[in-house]
Design a protein around this ligand. Structure first.
Ligand code: URA
Length: 240
């Protein structure tokens, strides 16, 4: 679904006329929507869906492309609507961003950290599609002490859902009070992959946080907050 805007704004977004001039054109009966002449102000149209014509010639508005990094807290779903009424990541951005942006890939309900969101489907596909293998870096708190043989298994690949994971980089950061903090970088994005990998070696994940995707780092972005990506971060994926 595209952005819903007033007709005069749509015309202004297309570059065909200013908003004021567009209002005049509507008054003069020069504008039609989906073949129907519009003469009253305030009609709303959907970008990318409705057909708008001025003097019989189509004009096309483009929604501005938006790319953001969100620090998702645990307890939010990455779908746009949740059948159980749980909070969604859209709730965290919709106050400030008036265009519909959708999550790129997923993070589990309980997982926190870096989530990219955009309204650019082509770009989203490049980031999330397995073929492009964007690297993803996580911190995970594991139950129990991760042994060196288990660490090596994680690095080489473990079988989850009947298929071996591709090699990953994994380091133990700290072992304390029967828990192990690890940093892990994976090059695929299978469903609940990190959780399943550590389950496979007998160290279930207690907490999981994503801190990097490709060249985009979470950095010190506060929990629940978002920022625009830089042009370098956006083009990194475009050029893959
Ligand atoms: N791996 C997981 O298990 N969960 C996530 O949310 C992301 C990666």
């Amino acid at each position: 679904m595209g952005e819903i805007v007033r007709l005069q704004k749509y015309i202004a977004m297309s570059g065909a006329a200013s908003r004021r001039a567009a209002e005049k054109m509507i008054d003069e009966g020069r504008v039609s929507v989906n073949g129907k002449r519009i003469t009253e102000q305030g009609v709303k149209v959907e970008v990318g869906c409705d057909t708008v014509e001025i003097d019989g010639k189509p004009v096309k508005a483009e929604t501005k492309k938006i790319y953001i990094a969100l620090n998702k807290p645990a307890g939010y779903v990455t779908t746009l609507h949740d059948q159980f009424g749980r909070p969604t990541v859209s709730d965290l951005v919709s106050n400030d961003i008036h265009t519909r942006v959708f999550p790129v890939g997923r993070l589990d309900y309980e997982t926190e950290g870096l989530l990219l969101m955009t309204n650019d489907g082509v770009w989203a596909n490049k980031v999330a599609h397995p073929r492009y293998e964007s690297t993803k870096r996580y911190y995970a708190v594991l139950k129990g002490v991760l042994t060196i043989p288990s660490l090596n298994k994680i690095r080489r690949g473990v079988v989850i859902d009947g298929k071996k994971t591709s090699p990953s980089e994994c380091e133990i950061i700290e072992i304390q009070s029967g828990l192990t903090l690890v940093e892990i970088t994976i090059h695929e994005g299978r469903n609940r992959q990190v959780r399943k990998m550590f389950e496979a070696v007998g160290n279930p994940v207690k907490e999981l946080k994503r801190v990097q995707i490709g060249n985009v780092e979470l950095g010190n972005l506060a929990e629940g907050r978002w920022r625009h990506l830089t042009s370098g971060e956006i083009s990194y994926f475009m050029n893959k």
